[in-house]
Design a protein around this ligand. Sequence first.
Ligand SMILES: NC(=O)c1ccc[n+]([C@@H]2O[C@H](COP(=O)([O-])OP(=O)(O)OC[C@H]3O[C@@H](n4cnc5c(N)ncnc54)[C@H](OP(=O)(O)O)[C@@H]3O)[C@@H](O)[C@H]2O)c1
Length: 259
Amino acid sequence: MNVYTLITGASTGIGKALAADFAASGDNLVLVARSRDRLEELAAELHRKHGVDVRVCSQDLGRAEGPASVFAFCADERLVIDKLVNCAGFSVAGKFAVMPPEELHQMAMVNMVAVGGLTRLFLPAMIGRGRGAVVNIASLAGFQGVPGMAYYSATKAFVVNLTEALTEELRGTGVRIYAVCPGFIDNDQFYNRAGHDRSRIITPISSLSVVVKAVRRGLAGASIHELPTLFDRMMVFSQRLVPRSLVVRIAGIFAGAKE
Ligand SMILES: NC(=O)c1ccc[n+]([C@@H]2O[C@H](COP(=O)([O-])OP(=O)(O)OC[C@H]3O[C@@H](n4cnc5c(N)ncnc54)[C@H](OP(=O)(O)O)[C@@H]3O)[C@@H](O)[C@H]2O)c1
């Protein structure tokens, strides 16, 4: 059986780091993003280093047909997807009221619609085989609204809630689903795309490797959320002790993304 791990957003940052980690563990890969050149370069490198088969599926997940095109690519190539890692996503920093509506639409398509669509398409075969995993890269921003990142935090709340509900729907099927919820990560590509001045962020900024470790922990464990660092866990826990309005205000100050 041609068993593969499919990773969206594999051309840079967290997705690229995850691709390297899965390849090092011997997984064959399907890499998805728009940047074909970057994916092909990475595929060649991972094949050379680890001897695994790496396929490139260049797709724009901001298009409504994106998830179905990825699914069709795998079906045409007879690839069995055993792990789906929904990592593609982006943020735009600033005041919601002045954001270009098309940017908001694209964010919704990539961060939410594609995550739901790909999960819906690949789950039935995993359930049928009685094994598999869906790893959703959400964010600490999904646990409360973040002023200055309002729409982004809402898209990540969607991912957290979808994942939570599916953990229960998938109980007993042999298929695992969980959300990895990092705080800020050291990846300029993400901040540049978002127009987010990272010097204004006043929480710790973690390395890509903490997310990779959290994904690994999640695969071996049973939790619904993987919070990569102690700080992330403290942030979520402390929400129980503080009025909601204060949680939101603090999140905005910590993120420093309002202007
Ligand atoms: N960096 C952080 O601080 C942080 C913290 C918490 C959560 N996260 C989440 O982690 C995930 C990865 O972020 P990152 O830091 O690795 O950012 P990144 O380096 O900017 O990577 C984003 C990835 O998504 C892909 N992507 C964006 N738009 C796409 C589209 N329309 N169609 C297909 N692929 C698309 C990009 O590829 P192409 O441009 O080649 O299409 C790229 O591979 C995101 O979901 C993000 O929300 C990031």
